[in-house]
Design a protein around this ligand. Structure first.
Ligand SMILES: *Cc1c(COP(=O)(O)O)cnc(C)c1O
Length: 376
């Protein structure tokens, strides 16, 4: 039996009746863009996240982009972020005409290292854009303190961290704006694209509502240039159903993660994910580090694949080394922790419906390979 990286069909099977009814109700009502379903979803998720406002948009990428625009990030500005993330994080900075300024990561969590941020601040710095990678919040307190001291905006990339907590507060409720993705494989995934910005700032929320809908206050009356970036009512209806289950799913993810870690902890050369003391890690991905250079990642992936076990690498090339950012003038060695991580990380199958037997099999197969390779 194959073990995929995520299994969206298994999840649908478990909630089919609720989903089908919710989708049918939207079709019967005939209201497909914004409207009642989106408004109610925004209220429910704002309550879940513990924020005043939630604004549904068309994707996680656009959540980030609109948040940057709403926070006045534009040409000439610098935004401090991590080189070890999905490209969208920096892409939106570039799309705003601003410059991404990278800060290396903390090797245990793979998150941007708070202690390195201060040195990256210049007169042009406008915002800090931390990414809560794999489902674990960054160390936010030192970052928020620096932002306060320097008058900077903090925009959280929460695409992988729905439901995660830092000192008891939800990721996305800590900075000026928290940006979520409903890409199907995320913790709270839609059946298509979708995204959301959470904020406690009424002004930012109001601007976001304009920006996502052509900058219009009333139909055909436009006050600013905006975007077409709205959350579909069908996706909102699906997300409302899934939101009711998301804490159970997170609990199951955490259980499987613990089960993996128990099985892998004693394996030389394989470092299970580290969860910091302030963090409630939600494990959008269960990512190990192959710290022993004798473990050949490609061969390991092939070995697992030949047993029907899927794996992924998030992410194989740090952003400062991407062709698109050649103009920033970086070179290999500029962010050594990020470069080490790109060569060492490996994400194993993890989803709520994964069975304990699956965890056993993945762990045993991994162990088999590592033991064999180390001995030979
Ligand atoms: C998924 C993801 C995004 C982009 O979200 P989309 O909904 O696919 O546009 C941005 N940042 C990170 C870290 C992500 O994982």
């Amino acid at each position: 039996m194959n073990i995929p990286l995520v299994d969206l069909k298994a999840q649908y099977k478990a909630i089919k009746k609720e989903i089908d009814e919710a989708v049918q109700a939207v079709i019967d009502r005939g209201e497909f863009i914004l409207g009642h379903e989106v408004e109610v979803f925004e209220q429910e998720i704002a309550a879940y996240l513990g924020v005043e406002h939630a604004v549904g948009v068309a994707s996680g990428t656009e959540a980030l982009q609109l948040a940057l625009v709403a926070c006045d990030v534009g040409p000439g500005d610098e935004v401090i972020t991590t080189p070890f993330t999905f490209f969208a994080t920096a892409e939106v900075v570039t799309q705003c005409g601003a410059k991404p300024v990278f800060v290396d990561i903390e090797p245990r969590t793979y998150n941007m290292d708070s202690t390195r941020i201060e040195r990256a601040i210049t007169k042009r710095t406008k915002a800090i854009l931390p990414v809560h990678l794999y489902g674990q919040p960054c160390d936010m307190d030192p970052m928020l303190e620096l932002a306060r001291k320097n008058g900077l905006t903090v925009i959280e990339d929460c695409a992988q961290s729905m439901g995660a907590e830092y000192n008891g507060k939800k990721a996305g409720s800590l900075g000026d704006a928290g940006c979520f993705s409903f890409f199907p494989s995320k913790i709270l995934g839609a059946y298509g694209d979708g995204g959301l910005v959470a904020t406690n700032d009424a002004q930012i929320a109001e601007t976001l509502r304009l920006l996502r809908n052509h900058g219009r206050k009333e139909t055909y009356h436009h006050v600013i240039p905006g975007f077409n970036s709205r959350l579909d009512a069908l996706q909102a209806a699906i997300l409302r159903v899934k939101l009711r289950h998301v804490d159970d799913w997170i609990q199951l993810r955490r259980q499987k993660a613990i089960a993996y870690t128990e099985r892998l902890a004693s394996l030389d050369g394989v470092l299970p994910p580290y969860a910091g003391p302030h963090a409630r890690h939600v494990f959008n991905y269960y990512t190990v580090g192959l710290k022993d250079t004798t473990v050949d990642r490609n061969k390991l992936r092939d070995y697992l694949a030949s047993s029907g076990i899927a794996t992924a690498i998030y992410y194989p090339l740090s952003l400062h080394l991407q062709q698109v950012y050649q103009g920033l003038g970086h070179k290999a060695g500029d962010f050594p922790e990020s470069e080490m991580a790109q060569d060492q990380v490996l994400s194993l199958p993890l989803y709520p419906e994964l069975t304990e037997a699956d965890v056993d099999r993945v762990s045993a197969t991994l162990r088999e390979f590592v033991r064999g390779q180390v001995e030979s």
